[in-house]
Design a protein around this ligand. Structure first.
Ligand code: NOJ
Length: 473
């Protein structure tokens, strides 16, 4: 069957406008005792869909040279990976000591990548908290801000001579909303304030790491530092309705703006301030559930990112709503999909044009360079090697990104597919597969087997997009 994305204008597949920088994101390596390890073992694995733990996962800890080879064959320019805080600072407190084995591992990985001409793009925090900090109330305790800065200093000092692209946090929206990282089941116990407190501390920690890098390391190391935020495009259900347009703006501010506004402009989005302050007062509280930065912190957080990282998978529509709970409730939005949208195995709608809308919105709103640090297709455990749905996903999403760059002027500097290899997907364990390489988890060698999507991406990357007169089948 021939197919082309026909539901929006400018149907052509674009060519020769690929961002100069292409790569893969992957691999939160199994840690040596952080939160993830404890959580995946807790209650005999009952928090994880298939009862598995992440102790081995894709085992890039032992197989990193093989993974570098695969990256080389795929012709990528960069590789985004995260450093596990607990592997560097086992207890979370630098004063307790540094793990030289962890430093050695990342040195080998970084050196191995550079030897093949692949740029390391490094995330400091991909959700895995050292247990010692979990026990002191994790991101809800303000002192974590300084422990994160101490950890960042070790990492910049040890690796910054070779790493020039840094991300402080990966998707804080997720870990501030989720129950992991908190030593309790639900951070959503009323009153709904913990996600906002967590976010506040993450923003402070981000700012401290930024200034640390800027003052003590950047003069010598000459790198860039940013943050990776995730969001759907939350488009207006009816683009001609003022109420739906306002709902779209609120939704974007309560997801992306929640983090981006403070670090770009020094304050939370005005609409968050207005709505949460009002609801807090109405509930009879004498302070807002959304904390406030004092003058000193406002100055410290303002302007603390060199670029924006974006993780993006799906989109939805929004309109005004007063029945939602949680953050959507505070934002007064109600989300919905469209029955015509295809979904992946996780129920995430596939809406390629949403990426273009989102990139264009980010560009207009923040005027900063953007790196797409994750984008990909989640399939069921039975995912197969001839993964045409993923091939279509990448083809259409990448083309929409190219439109945002070429037609709308978005300053996208790089694109990373998630992920290089099937991964341990948090509470979904091994039941979801995102990789362009297949893993048979019972194969002791964990052989990386390329899927059709790996070939497709190699081709798109090599072609800088989609050369004219291609047919898509
Ligand atoms: C977000 C996270 O950063 C990553 O860890 C996860 O595997 C993918 N998206 C897919 O859910």
């Amino acid at each position: 069957m021939q197919w082309r994305q026909r539901s929006y204008p400018e149907d052509d597949f674009l060519y020769d406008v690929f961002p100069p920088f292409i790569g893969y994101s992957n691999v939160r390596i199994p840690n040596r005792g952080g939160w993830m390890k404890m959580w995946s073992h807790e209650n005999n694995g009952s928090f994880i869909s298939d009862g598995t733990n992440g102790d081995v996962a894709c085992d890039s800890y032992h197989k990193y040279t093989e993974d570098i080879k695969i990256l080389k064959e795929l012709g990528v320019h960069f590789y985004r990976f995260s450093i596990a805080w607990s592997r560097i600072v086992p207890t979370g407190f630098v004063a307790d000591g540094i793990n030289q084995g962890g430093i050695d591992y990342y040195n080998n990985l970084i050196d191995g990548l550079l030897a093949e001409g692949i740029v390391p793009f490094v995330t400091l925090y991909h959700w895995d908290l050292p247990l010692g900090l979990g026990r002191t109330n994790s991101w809800l305790n303000e002192t974590i801000v300084n422990h994160f800065e101490d950890y960042a200093r070790v990492v910049f000092r040890e690796f910054g001579d070779r790493v020039k692209l840094w991300l402080t946090f990966n998707e804080p929206y997720e870990f501030c909303r989720a129950s992991y990282n908190y030593l309790e089941e639900s951070p959503f116990k009323e009153p709904l304030e913990k996600p906002y407190v967590c976010a506040h501390h993450v923003i402070m920690a981000h700012a401290l790491a930024y200034h640390l890098y800027d003052k003590e390391f950047r003069p010598m190391q000459q790198g860039k530092i940013g943050i990776t935020l995730n969001t759907n495009w939350a488009g207006p259900r009816d683009p001609n309705s003022a109420a739906d347009l306002a709902a779209s703006s609120r939704a974007m501010n309560f997801t992306f703006g929640w983090w981006a506004n403070p670090i770009v402009r020094g304050e939370y989005p005005p609409i968050m301030r207005e709505l949460i302050d009002r609801k807090s007062a109405e509930a009879g509280r004498n302070s807002s559930r959304l904390p406030t930065f004092d003058a000193e912190w406002t100055e410290l957080i303002n302007g603390t990112t060199d670029f924006l990282g974006l993780n993006h998978y799906s989109s939805h529509y929004v309109e005004y709503g007063n029945t939602s709970t949680g953050i959507e409730g505070d934002a007064e939005v109600r989300g919905s999909g469209d029955p015509s949208w295809e979904q992946n195995a996780l129920g995430w709608s596939i809406v390629p044009w949403g990426l273009r809308k989102l990139l264009t919105w980010l560009h207009m709103e923040y005027k900063l360079p953007i790196y797409v640090t994750e984008n990909g297709y989640g399939a069921a455990a039975s995912d197969y090697l001839d993964d045409q749905p993923r091939v279509r996903y990448y083809t259409n999403y990448i083309n929409e990104m190219l439109k945002a760059i070429k037609l709308d002027g978005a300053d996208v500097r790089g694109y990373a597919a998630w992920s290089l290899i099937d991964n341990y997907e948090w509470s979904l364990g091994y039941t979801a597969r995102f990789g362009v390489h297949y893993l048979n988890y019972s194969d002791p060698n964990l052989t990386r087997v390329p899927k059709a999507s790996a070939d497709k991406l190699r081709q798109i990357f090599a072609d800088n997009g989609f050369p004219p007169n291609q047919t898509f089948s």
